[in-house]
Design a protein around this ligand. Structure first.
Ligand code: CA
Length: 531
């Protein structure tokens, strides 16, 4: 049986008896202590690269501590699989068409409601450290230390409470964690509950490992996914996408320096840029040039070996396999560093005694392709990028080592955290609190399908056609709406979990198709989608 101290309703009852916002000065001595919240998010972290989900690629012992001590969500999804829109959805508890952040280019209105600002108003000390990626300076934070834009793996530059600081020396994953530990210690010394958003840049492209993880890295080998050599039969939108490992930048992505190639033969997902002067070797030289002399020296033998390997495989039938291994080596090394650093923070929670009353969340802003369909990147409503990892630990409420099968969304986190903090959940949030599920109960009327929509278009990075769709426990219907690329796709995820066979207009699935068409229309209506 799951253990918990107080039902949330009783929690709210007790809190509303206090002055608003409640403080330790005015709260009755026997009032429940509101939980602290440590919200850890990485960028582009696929479920398949966390051993709590599967250990086929990597062991992540520290991330697994969160699942082992709490709940693993096996069916967690995003509403729009791309960085900044996903962050906006998480912060607002609303879909992109409501919060306005539909793609990486559209502005985010900083004046709208967000859950951190609500918790700040409710008396929480609030911090955001790491990658934020919404252009506007966020409101409602006592402490904000954010990377500029996408951020860099090395020598990061932070904006601290509105001031742009000088570039720092070192590895960004570690530096973000150092600041998080500093801020956690400051929080522990105060008398407010805290909300800490600890948001990594890693393992976002271009996957630059820490120097400590370079020795032996090129000897590592990973199993190829069965769909690495996908021919996209029956899926013309997938065929048009520019996100194949075969076309990655060999320089910035795979680390083949200009000493071994020039120009870079890759498209890197940027075929829509038609600048004849463009050459990514310049980009790579810039990235390496800004490293400290020590880091550059540590990378030198690695770059030399990568270059030699490239000369051996380029143009041969071994090239794609080599590219995949090279991609996995750097991606998974970036994940390893996240795991190591999350371990430092979990150790601190244990040692300080904060662990018992701190909700720990681990998630990503979306999933990612690790060679499935021959791809890297995200965007599509196919499983690998519609899914996102989610694990939540909170000992008073959640049974250790439990798992949830319910369909949950990134927009569910805002109402969940508000309820756990004893705050009112605004009626206009489109996500739904996960608290009953965390307690081990599935509400009778829990959703049986999720709606998805991707907005960026073919004339943008990676050339993924605009689409929307619905996914239930077994089937998925995708509607591509972009002119010139219109069409539907239908998948039976039980029979075809890797989504290789588009069953649209297959008479055997006629009833399912009709049901899902109606579900898509009903979801659009319910969620206020008007275009
Ligand atoms: Ca991302």
């Amino acid at each position: 049986m799951p253990r918990y101290l107080l039902p949330a309703t009783l929690f709210i009852l007790l809190l509303t008896q206090c002055a608003s916002p409640p403080s330790t000065d005015s709260a009755p001595a026997d009032a429940p202590k509101r939980p602290n919240i440590l919200f850890i998010m990485s960028d582009d972290h696929a479920q398949r690269a966390i051993s709590a989900y599967t250990d086929e690629l990597i062991e992540t012992p520290n991330l697994d501590r969160i699942a082992d001590g709490g709940m693993l969500f096996r069916n967690s999804f995003v509403t729009n699989s791309i960085c900044a829109p996903s962050r906006a959805a998480i912060l607002t508890g609303k879909y992109s068409h409501i919060n306005g952040k539909i793609d990486n280019l559209s502005p985010f209105d900083p004046d709208q409601w967000t859950f951190p600002e609500a918790l700040h108003e409710a008396g929480y000390r609030t911090s955001l450290i790491g990658k934020h990626h919404l252009q506007a300076v966020p409101q409602g934070f006592d402490e904000f230390r954010g990377l500029i834009g996408q951020g860099e793996y090395w020598q990061p530059t932070f904006v601290h409470n509105g001031d742009t600081l000088p570039e720092e020396s070192g590895y960004t994953t570690t530096i973000i964690t150092d600041y998080v530990l500093e801020e956690l210690k400051r929080n522990a010394a105060g008398d407010q509950p805290f909300l800490m958003l600890y948001w990594h840049k890693a393992p976002h492209r271009n996957w630059m490992p820490d120097t400590a993880d370079l020795p032996g890295l090129l000897d590592k080998r990973y199993p190829e996914p069965a769909t690495l050599r996908d021919d996209y039969a029956g899926r013309p939108r997938a065929a048009h996408a520019d996100m194949r490992i075969a076309d990655m930048f060999t320089s910035t992505d795979l680390k083949v320096s200009g000493d071994y190639q020039n120009p870079d033969p890759g498209t890197g997902g940027a075929t829509f840029i038609t600048d004849p002067e463009w050459d990514n070797i310049t980009n790579f030289n810039y990235l390496m040039g800004r490293l400290s002399p020590e880091v550059r020296a540590a990378y030198a033998p690695f770059l030399e070996e990568v270059g030699k390997q490239w000369l051996e495989v380029k143009g041969t039938d071994r090239e794609l396999g080599w590219r995949y291994q090279r991609y996995m080596q750097d991606y998974l090394a970036s994940v390893k560093s996240v795991d190591d650093n999350v371990g430092r923070v979990l150790d601190y929670l244990d040692a300080s005694g904060l662990a018992e009353n701190t909700i720990v969340i681990y998630t990503s802003d979306q999933g990612f392709y690790l060679g499935e369909h021959g791809w890297y990147d995200k965007r599509f409503m196919y499983e690998e990028s519609q899914r996102t990892p989610l694990m939540i630990r909170y000992p008073p409420l959640i049974e250790a080592g439990s798992a949830a099968e319910e369909l949950v969304l990134n927009i569910d986190l805002a109402p969940t955290l508000l309820e756990l903090a004893g705050s009112q959940v605004p009626a206009d949030l489109q996500g739904r609190s996960l608290v009953p599920i965390l307690r081990g109960e599935t509400p009778e009327d829990w959703r049986d399908a999720v709606y998805y929509r991707y907005y960026q278009q073919m004339n943008s990075y990676h050339r993924v056609a605009r689409h929307e769709g619905v996914r239930d426990e077994r089937y998925k219907l995708i509607h591509f709406t972009e002119p010139g690329y219109e069409g539907y796709e239908l998948y039976d995820l039980q029979e075809d979990p890797t989504e290789m066979e588009n069953r649209i207009d297959d008479q055997a699935l006629a009833a399912e198709q009709e049901r899902l068409m109606k579900e898509l229309a009903a979801q659009r209506e319910k969620l206020g989608v008007v275009d």
